[in-house]
Design a protein around this ligand. Structure first.
Ligand code: SF4
Length: 281
């Protein structure tokens, strides 16, 4: 029996860097540790960190209640204002905002200071987009749908700077930009989509084509894992969506010639390895 494990399975670079940094801080011990929002959308990891003394804070109000400890900013990043609150409260800060997100903050800060109207292609409610908005010092609009792009209007002479949420669908981004471009505005477009998601999906599709059965590991509510499952299922009818090894009927799969494994962006390596080991016993 052969096993093909996707190289891109599990944490992307930005999430791995953030989670590793929290565990490093836990190892050091000392002052209370807080993360601004859950460090990752994975209950197991967040609960494990909680047991190790890491608390999650969700709002600016909660942040203002703190007067000692370390606040870790996760890979999604935060607005400029949150940095100021952390500083004002005299808290230690560890910033593990993904460098790809930091790049967007810098673009938005610079271009809005030059007077451009910032357009963010993305989901207005996503924490990454909330953070990006908080770096604009001028007009800012978030566009997610074709309808929003069609109805978008600014006064004549206003310049636009368009950026994207890092995980936005690349094709849809291009289509929305095309709609905006046709309006005849002076427009600077910076495609800030990170290719980690696309690479993971392309590899999963390729592996699913080559194997007899495919296992996709990830949280039930993880939208990127659901997407991976759909992609694999299209290529390989014998595809299984599991959260942990406990959900897998290993006996059933032991008779299969070749199994492929991939995992969503918030699936810890430990869970992936446990599944992989089943075929190496
Ligand atoms: S920008 Fe890309 S690498 Fe960074 S956290 Fe997001 S998906 Fe991961």
């Amino acid at each position: 029996m052969k096993v093909k494990l996707a190289k891109t399975a599990g944490f992307c670079f930005g999430v791995k860097r953030a989670v590793d940094r929290v565990y490093e801080e836990v190892e050091k011990g000392g002052s209370p540790i807080y993360t601004f929002g859950p460090i990752i959308h994975n209950e197991e990891v967040v609960e494990d960190l909680e047991r190790k003394g890491v608390s999650v804070i969700h709002t600016e109000e909660e942040l203002k209640q703190l007067n000692k400890g370390t606040v870790i900013i996760r890979s999604h990043g935060v607005s400029k204002h949150i940095y100021q609150v952390i500083e004002k409260q005299g808290l230690k800060m560890i910033d593990v905002t993904c460098p790809f997100v930091l790049k967007i903050h810098r673009i938005v800060e610079r271009e809005s200071a030059l007077g451009k109207h910032i357009v963010i292609i993305g989901n207005d409610k996503h924490p990454e987009v909330e953070g990006i908005k908080g770096w604009s010092s001028g007009k800012t609009t978030v566009i997610e749908s074709f309808q929003e792009a069609e109805s978008f209007q600014v006064p004549k002479g206003e310049e636009l700077c368009v950026v994207s949420q890092t995980t936005f669908n690349n094709n849809k981004f291009q289509d929305l930009v095309e709609i905006l471009s046709k309006k005849g505005y002076d427009i600077l477009v910076v495609n800030t989509i990170c290719n980690a998601t696309e690479e993971r999906q392309a590899e999963a599709r390729q592996i699913a084509r080559e194997v007899d059965a495919m296992v996709v590991i990830g949280g039930r509510h993880s939208s990127n894992t659901q997407k991976l499952y759909e992609i694999c299922k299209k290529e390989c009818n014998d595809t299984y969506y599991i959260q942990t090894l406990n959900d897998l009927d290993v006996q059933k799969l032991l008779s299969v010639g070749c199994v492929g494994i991939t995992a969503g962006a918030s699936t810890p390596k430990k869970i992936i390895e446990e599944v992989q080991k089943e075929w190496q016993k």
